[in-house]
Structure formats: structure tokens, C-alpha cells
Write a protein that binds this ligand. Structure first.
Ligand SMILES: N[C@@H](CCC(=O)N[C@@H](CS)C(=O)NCC(=O)O)C(=O)O
Length: 200
């Protein structure tokens, strides 16, 4: 069975849990504790993930770390419809474009603001909130006119960008100026087999 090294409060782990739920895949969760802002891991975990972070996925002989890699793998391996990770080159490129936003402005902005406010981790809140606003403007530039980030249906682009935007309130980031983004959040939450996490 698939094994996900995980923590309930982690938005990056939640990305994997959300896709696994949409794909209706059973899996085992292995909780990783946090102490002083760092994961409590041993050398056997570092062999799986040399960064010491979560999430990490183990599927038989395949071990992958990082939410982006895990989303791509699960969709490519288990989504028989190819809708979560489209094969069409232009749409695949669009998905990758939003995965890039998820790993850059969304992490440096929305993730960091939440880490500072909710978990007391180091960082400059005002700077993180400014980057968060930039990420939300970029999302709004697409979502004001289109329902989904890439193509005309949900994909892993939406899953990758969703958690830290939906958790914006935990980083004192105001979503009220972004009507398209707020409608998109509700659209994702109304999909079949959607699951939440604490705060969502
Ligand atoms: N780019 C990575 C970021 C992973 C990440 O930041 N994980 C956090 C939890 S959300 C973590 O493990 N933090 C504790 C640590 O770095 O020791 C991803 O998307 O998976």
C-alpha cells in the first residue's frame, strides 16, 4: 500500500491527501512530528528524503519527496482519465506554470505568512504578506475569467495552489479583493471526494 509521511497541519502534505482522495486511492499515513519548527526525523527517514521535509511518498520501489513530484507521479501513475495531469502539450505546460507559482510566490508569501502567524516560525510578516498579495493577483488574473487554472477542468495545478490560498486567513492575508480566487476555492471544495484539513 502507498505510504505517505505526513502531518495533519501541513498544507504541502494535504496536497497529496487531496489528490489521493480524488483518485479514491487507499494509503497509509505515517505521522512526522515537529519540534521547534523542524521535523523530528532519524537517519532512516533521511535516506528516503535527504531534505528531511514532509511530504514523502513510498510506493513499492518508488520513493519521492516534495509535493510537486508526488502530485505529478500520482496523477501520471494512477489517473486513468489523464485529466489531473493532462497529456496535451499546451495544457501540460500550463499546469507546470501554476506548479511553479505554487513553489515560489505561494510558498514565499502565503505559506510563510501562515508559518509566522500560526506556528511562530521566523520571517518578516509584512514582506511575506506582500509576496502573498502578488501571488493572489497572478491567480486572480486567470480566475477572474476562467474557472480552473489550466484548461477547462480541475488539474493538479489547482490542487497545488489551493491549500495555502484556502488557509490565507491563518497568515492574516485578506482574500476579499480577489473575487475570482474566492469563487475558485468554493468550486474546488464542491468537487466530489473533496476532503478538508484543519482550517479548511
Ligand atoms: N517544496 C516542498 C516544501 C516542503 C515543506 O516545506 N515541508 C514542511 C511542512 S509543510 C516541513 O517539512 N517543514 C519542517 C522541516 O523543514 O523540517 C514541498 O512542496 O513539498
Amino acid at each position: 500500500m502507498l505510504k505517505l509521511y505526513d502531518r495533519e497541519a501541513s498544507g504541502n502534505c494535504y496536497k497529496a491527501r487531496l489528490l489521493l482522495s480524488f483518485l479514491n486511492m487507499p494509503y497509509e499515513r505515517v505521522p512526522v512530528a515537529m519540534q521547534d519548527g523542524k521535523n523530528v526525523v532519524d537517519s532512516s527517514y533521511l535516506k528516503l528524503n535527504p531534505r528531511g521535509q514532509i511530504p514523502t511518498l513510498v510506493d513499492g520501489d518508488t520513493t519521492l519527496w516534495g509535493s510537486t513530484a508526488i502530485l505529478c507521479y500520482l496523477a501520471a501513475r494512477y489517473d486513468e482519465t489523464s485529466s489531473w495531469l493532462p497529456r496535451d502539450p499546451a495544457r501540460l505546460g500550463q499546469v507546470m506554470q501554476w506548479l511553479e507559482l505554487a513553489q515560489n510566490e505561494i510558498l514565499a508569501g502565503l505559506f510563510r505568512a501562515r508559518a509566522i502567524v500560526k506556528f511562530g516560525l521566523p520571517g518578516e510578516l509584512a514582506a511575506a504578506q506582500q509576496i502573498a498579495a502578488r501571488a493572489l493577483e497572478v491567480l486572480e488574473s486567470r480566475l477572474a475569467a476562467e474557472p480552473w487554472l489550466a484548461g477547462n477542468g480541475p488539474s493538479i495545478a489547482d490542487i497545488a495552489c489551493f491549500p495555502y490560498v484556502a488557509l490565507a486567513h491563518e497568515g492574516a492575508v485578506d482574500l476579499s479583493p480577489y473575487a475570482g480566487v474566492r469563487q475558485w476555492l468554493a468550486r474546488i471544495e464542491s468537487l466530489d471526494r473533496f476532503v478538508g484539513m484543519p482550517g479548511i
